[in-house]
Design a protein around this ligand. Structure first.
Ligand SMILES: C[S@@+](CC[C@H](N)C(=O)[O-])C[C@H]1O[C@@H](n2cnc3c(N)ncnc32)[C@H](O)[C@@H]1O
Length: 301
């Protein structure tokens, strides 16, 4: 059994702990949505921010960020989330075009892809997160009468425990290809929970499945504790990301997947900035330096 002790993730909803990071990403997506040169649009994102007392005073529009793009949190970091959203939107759309009809969002948070992307007929989107986060999401999306564009199945479960029964019990079929996404999740999980997650994704993935996830590869996260990104996130909205991340050494999940026969590519976010012509670029004392986006495909057998 995995250790489900609450070190970093806590048992709270979106008002604190790691749940509040889902609102951080939502605020970034709201700002990105209103940019003239936006990379991704999420019309629901600002509703989450406006509905959460913990976000009082947070911006949801570039015009509300006093120092604009120079703001390390609501400028550069928000742009990072906008780029990440776009790249992973593209990954999901591309993957279901290949035939898979099951999508699993691990640590789904306030991801609204079920509501805003064009899904092929017959697609089912499974959203895994903790109960309190999914309950908040359900309430806010209900308030704005949001309608999913695919069958959406929320699964309230903690990813530090055994989550397989919850997923298969909700209708996931391991015999059919699937698309998996762990966006902004793995650095919050203990080492063993990440290993279990990757082993489980492999075990539940038929040939033709795909997985994308984000990791941090730096050996010492604390090396960046004085970076503008971490300090401004703590000072402006009281989120101490370094205290939420698991401090354990990370497994090499891309190597583990390759050993299991998946083809993998490990990408630098900045390469996507260059491809799209906008987004964050490297800077000194850069807390994003170790971030990687990993894309993996399991061959058809
Ligand atoms: C930074 S947010 C990212 C949310 C979403 N993937 C996105 O990009 O918008 C991290 C999410 O991971 C979820 N999470 C963290 N630890 C978790 C756990 N042990 N079990 C389930 N969800 C977890 C949090 O509740 C939160 O919604």
């Amino acid at each position: 059994m995995l250790d489900a002790s609450p070190r970093n993730t806590g048992t709270d909803g979106v008002d604190g702990g790691v749940g509040l990071t889902a609102l951080l990403v939502a605020a970034a997506r709201a700002i990105e949505t209103h940019r003239g040169d936006s990379l991704a649009r999420d019309p629901y994102a600002e509703h989450f921010v406006r509905s959460a007392p913990a976000c009082a005073g947070w911006p949801v529009h570039p015009g509300e960020v006093p120092d604009g793009d120079a703001n390390p949190l609501w400028g550069r970091f928000a742009r990072y989330f906008g780029l990440r959203t776009r790249v992973l939107d593209d990954f999901l759309v591309r993957s279901v075009a290949g035939g898979a009809r099951q999508v699993v969002l691990l640590g789904a948070g306030l991801d609204t892809r079920a509501f805003r992307l064009d899904w092929p007929a017959g697609c089912v989107i499974f959203e895994i997160d903790r109960d309190s986060v999914l309950a908040f999401k359900h309430r806010v999306l209900g308030d704005v009468s949001a309608t999913p564009r695919a069958t959406r199945v929320p699964i309230p479960v903690d990813l530090r425990a055994d989550w397989v029964a919850a997923l298969t019990g909700a209708g996931f079929d391991p015999a059919e290809p699937s698309v998996w996404l762990a966006e902004g999740l793995l650095f919050y999980l203990p080492h063993d929970a990440e290993t279990y997650l990757v082993d489980t994704v492999d075990r539940l993935s038929a040939g033709g499945s795909a997985l994308a996830y984000e990791v941090k590869v730096e050996k010492d996260l604390m090396a960046y504790r004085d970076s503008p990104l971490y300090t401004s996130t703590n000072q402006q909205i009281g989120i101490d990301l370094l205290s939420l991340f698991s401090g354990e050494p990370r497994p090499d999940s891309a190597a583990a997947l390759a050993d299991k026969g998946w083809s993998t590519s490990v990408e630098l976010p900045y390469d996507f900035t260059r491809r799209h012509g906008r987004g964050p670029l490297p800077e000194p004392n850069d807390a994003l330096e170790g971030n990687r986006w990993v894309f993996a495909n399991k061959a058809l057998t």
